[in-house]
Design a protein around this ligand. Structure first.
Ligand SMILES: NC(=O)c1ccc[n+]([C@@H]2O[C@H](COP(=O)([O-])OP(=O)(O)OC[C@H]3O[C@@H](n4cnc5c(N)ncnc54)[C@H](OP(=O)(O)O)[C@@H]3O)[C@@H](O)[C@H]2O)c1
Length: 255
């Protein structure tokens, strides 16, 4: 991780779960991290602790990744403060229990605009800022999911979410193709976790929290820190190595 010391990273969805653990880890490795999410208060609270501990630093910014205006405003602020970006971690994501035969357009739109379009907007702006700053060895990391690679037969609440994560798989490949076509050395990694205990299921089942609790107590889940370690592994590889996809699954997870 030495080569990232003092370099600039963006982590979306940094107010909770995997994003929060990833920021904490990057700061320990001395990176300057822009942490974004919609809940600025939560970000600011965590940032106070992160900035006290160092050795890196955190700039908390409110940004709803589904809004092109907010994403562009955020990148203007990053450019103003740091002039450049080296690492973009597209982590913001969510799910709604919205089966294909009974889900609502609002739920499906929310998943598309966060998991797919928000990721694409941040990626486009991140690569632009890397290139403007002359960064040819940058790194884009997409938080994908095992749901981006298979569709279990017993989980209709996850079908639409799974479609958005399959899109993330395609977007990772596509981005790598576009960067290669312009002889860029910017790397693209996808990280595909199985079940991680975070706020994710509590948000998804906010009307029936007992369901989220049941999900997380059904097996020994991964922790956010386990996934932050996978991020660090991808970033730590030598510049000639592109870690394309990391699958991390709880030992007890059957599907
Ligand atoms: N937990 C799992 O089992 C699991 C498994 C596989 C993959 N993943 C993926 O891992 C990523 C992180 O999930 P997590 O488990 O850490 O969930 P989480 O604890 O619910 O965190 C999600 C984060 O995304 C942010 N977010 C949601 N919508 C946003 C938006 N429109 N703009 C900006 N930020 C937004 C949330 O913050 P605000 O509400 O403050 O905006 C929060 O910080 C997601 O992409 C998820 O699909 C999770």
């Amino acid at each position: 991780m030495e080569r990232w010391l003092g370099k600039i990273a963006l982590v979306t969805g940094a107010s909770s779960g995997i994003g929060k653990a990833t920021v904490e880890s990057l700061v320990k490795y001395g990176m300057k991290v822009v942490a974004c999410a919609r809940n600025l208060q939560k970000l600011e609270e965590s940032s106070r602790t992160w900035n006290e501990k160092g050795p890196g630093e955190v700039l908390p910014l409110r940004c709803d990744v589904t809004s092109e205006k907010e994403v562009i405003d955020m990148f203007c602020k990053i450019k103003e403060k740091y002039g450049v970006l080296h690492v973009c971690i597209n982590n913001a994501g969510l799910s709604h229990p919205a089966p294909l035969l009974s889900g609502t357009l609002a739920e499906w739109n929310s998943m598309i605009s966060t998991n797919i379009l928000g990721l694409c907007l941040c990626t486009r702006e991140a690569v632009k800022l890397m290139e403007e700053g002359g960064v040819d060895d940058g790194h884009v990391i997409h938080l994908n999911s095992m749901s981006g690679h298979r569709v279990p037969s017993n989980y209709s609440n996850g079908h639409f979410y799974s479609a958005t994560k399959h899109a993330v798989t395609a977007l990772g490949h596509g981005l790598r193709n576009e960067l290669l076509a312009k002889d860029s050395h910017i790397r693209v990694s996808c990280i595909s976790p199985g079940l991680v205990e975070t706020e994710f299921s509590y948000r998804m089942y906010h009307k029936t929290p007992e369901q989220a609790k049941k999900t997380y107590s059904s097996i020994q889940c991964l922790t956010s820190e386990d996934i932050a370690e996978a991020v660090i592994y991808a970033l730590s590889a030598p510049a000639r190595v592109n870690v394309c996809d990391i699958h991390v699954k709880p030992v007890e997870q059957k599907t």
